[in-house]
Design a protein around this ligand. Sequence first.
Ligand code: AMP
Length: 616
Amino acid sequence: MAKKHKGPAIGIDLGTTYSCVAVWQDQNNTAEIIHNDQGNRITPSFVAFTNDQRLIGDAAKNQAASNPANTVFDAKRLIGRKFSDSVIQNDMELWPFKVVSGFDDKPEIIVKYKGEEKRLCAEEISSMVLTKMREIAEKFLESPVKNAVVTVPAYFNDSQRKATKDAGVIAGLNVMRIINEPTAAGLAYGLQKRESNIGKRNVFIFDLGGGTFDVSLLTLKGDSFDVKATSGDTHLGGEDFDNRMVHHLVKEFRRKNKVDLSGNARALRRLKTACERAKRTLSYDTEATIGIDAIYEGVDFHLLVTRAKFEQLNRDLFEKCLEIVKNCLANAKMDKNIVDDVVLVGGSSRIPKVQQLLQDFFMGKDLYNSINPDEAVAYGAAVQAALLCDGIKNVPNLVLQDVTPLSLGTSIYDDIMDVVIPKNTSIPIRKKQEYVTCYDDQSSVNIDVYEGERMVAIENNLLGLFNLKVRRAPRGLPIQVCFSIDADGILNVSAEEESSGNKKNITITNENGRLTSEEIERMIQEAEHFKAEDMKHVKKVRAMNALDDYLYDMRKVMKDDSVASKLTSVDKVRINSAMIKGKKLIDDNQPKETYVFVDFLRELKNTFDSALNKFK
Ligand code: AMP
């Protein structure tokens, strides 16, 4: 099959807490993880808004405690969900930023940017993170990048996948493919093992990240990678473990100091950051101290957390992970005895208790931890990106067969879910199902499309509904409904009534909370606007720095007697007062345009040069 795209193409792991970008390097026959401007291989999925700029990544996370209400994270937990979703209602309690219900129950995040209130949806925040990852890659490759493969949790539903794709479009990316995170990690594992000619192998991928948990069972044989089953929870990960610790410590602090932190966003943000750090310490040490000076009302925070306490606080969540592992094996109809490797992926898979539970379940089997759990997903995505492009050399010719995580169907009779495509069916797939009208002279039929495993349709997730006009006829008139899932795992439904020779094709319209093409267009324009504003800010900072550097050099020269002694006293006074003015210009917080600094620097240079020229 001809490849549609031309390189360069990147793989982006768009994580709840951190994101990672990689690119295939044909000179080295491998995918390379790209460092960001801070030299880090992973970038926080944080976006912040201030009075004069927008920040993304490390810069946003680093200022989170001082600007909690305008520092947005966890967009992946919001994306593709309704505001009324209980998951969002619960998470909101711990988010320092404000989330409100927008049109059609779509969550909107409210921030203050340059003194004005802005409403943003999760797709826009994610698009900003994607833009950052793209820029990191462009800097490294020294060329523009348009094509990308973006990963999503295997257990993401249709709305969450579509919303992620929309985020890519807003970021100006051509999202060639959406692939599942554990499958991408499977590719990374497979490439590592390829050299050793391993034959057929059943591989269990355990991917516990910052916000989501996914497991997949793959069978690898030569160059073919077949996903047999997948399972997961789109709301289970490191963030939940941190939150448990935060809740516990807020209670402890209240008990000891009679001070309640729970309403203070800044204190909670500082505590959350400290808890995340302590959690990491507890992965190699048995206790960790959390110390935060003057956390609230001048009281210092100083508490010790033991690994045992951390494990106790999260016990049910760790056990939930194990239930999902069992469920995946059952879906694949595979006994745990014939799993060859259990591969650890995602930062939270480093937690010793999680590893121990998993190892016990697999009867003492060594867990495979030779791939970097933070980077494997981006690595696999970069391989997939290279595979989809023309002209990229030395890419192994892998064939990937993924599955759909949730059953898809329609509601029939008294709200029974009629499954058209069962979960864990290989994708892409196209399946037709025939339905018939229920009444004589029926003029239209309603088709509701659901995803989920419950037998009662309304207990599942309603993806959309449509109404198809049909020829009036006695009951039993056949209607053909076609479900197709593309390689991104995204569903399209159409229906037709052929009997009169009058074919009608209808695609799903009333999609849950999906952005319209007009909204996406508006967001693309806004993204351009944000970019232009960012550039404006960068130029201003550069101009300020140039002035600051020049003032620094001048100060040094003025201290040098061999120079200063030769200047006239009038020139000395003029130069000194210009230097004081320049310093004031930089230090004072009044908003100023870039040209103010550029013009001042030019004038200053002229004053200085003409004074020096006099004594040459
Ligand atoms: P990921 O989404 O794969 O980037 O995973 C990020 C999550 O992994 C965050 O919640 C981190 O706090 C967590 N994490 C990273 N390193 C460790 C560690 N050594 N121990 C426990 N959790 C970790």
